[in-house]
Design a protein around this ligand. Sequence first.
Ligand code: AMP
Length: 236
Amino acid sequence: MSLYIIIMGVQGAGKGVQAKFIQEQYGIPQISTGDLFRAMKTRDDDFARHVQEIMASGQLVPDDDTNEMVRERLEQADAQNGAIFDGFPRNAVQAQWLEAYLASKGAAITAVLLLELDLYVAFKRAFGRVTNAAGKSYNIYSNAEGIEWTFEEHPEKLFPPRLIAREIATGELLHRRPDDANAAAVIKRIDDYLQLTQPVIDYYKDKGLLVRIDAEQSIEAVRSAIANVIERAYAG
Ligand code: AMP
């Protein structure tokens, strides 16, 4: 039996780590349309250049092009027993296409996993994340052991307070990703996600395929909830 899983969730919900787990546990590849489009950066043809422009502008790539890219990826040898989709489908047109494509192969979506995270927790996971030069991550709200941090006011209060965080052992000043450092940008990202994905969530809810998983649990608990869903699907 093949296994086609769609994984959805706001940034910080742990999609990446769980998709990796499914990939290793069940031997099916993760298909991230964002990664596939980003990988076109090294190509030098009109279509690849057009895709880079679309991505830079924050728009979606046209459905036909996206679906065609997914079809090509699904035809590769490693995807013959299934796949985990991440960032796809992004709308009902893509969802309908995927359903028809899989049906033409005698297959179907097994489950749509929605990793649900309280939005304030999602905000804190992005806004509170600080990293040292070697790539080790901390979080001022949830993983602050070994660091000291403070919000420093601008002397004339012309700008919002700045987060200053240091590793205690080394004294190293810690960095934030530029897109995490701005509260408004983090909120916009969360807001965009909610608006864009709601129609896809509704689509799969109506089909009885949506499985909600509490992403505030530990990574292991989320992993075992996912394993349960997949084992049940296999059993059924
Ligand atoms: P992501 O990494 O999933 O946020 O995707 C990065 C960019 O790739 C998006 O902003 C879109 O321009 C493009 N993209 C990714 N997935 C899709 C999709 N399913 N449909 C259309 N465009 C997509």
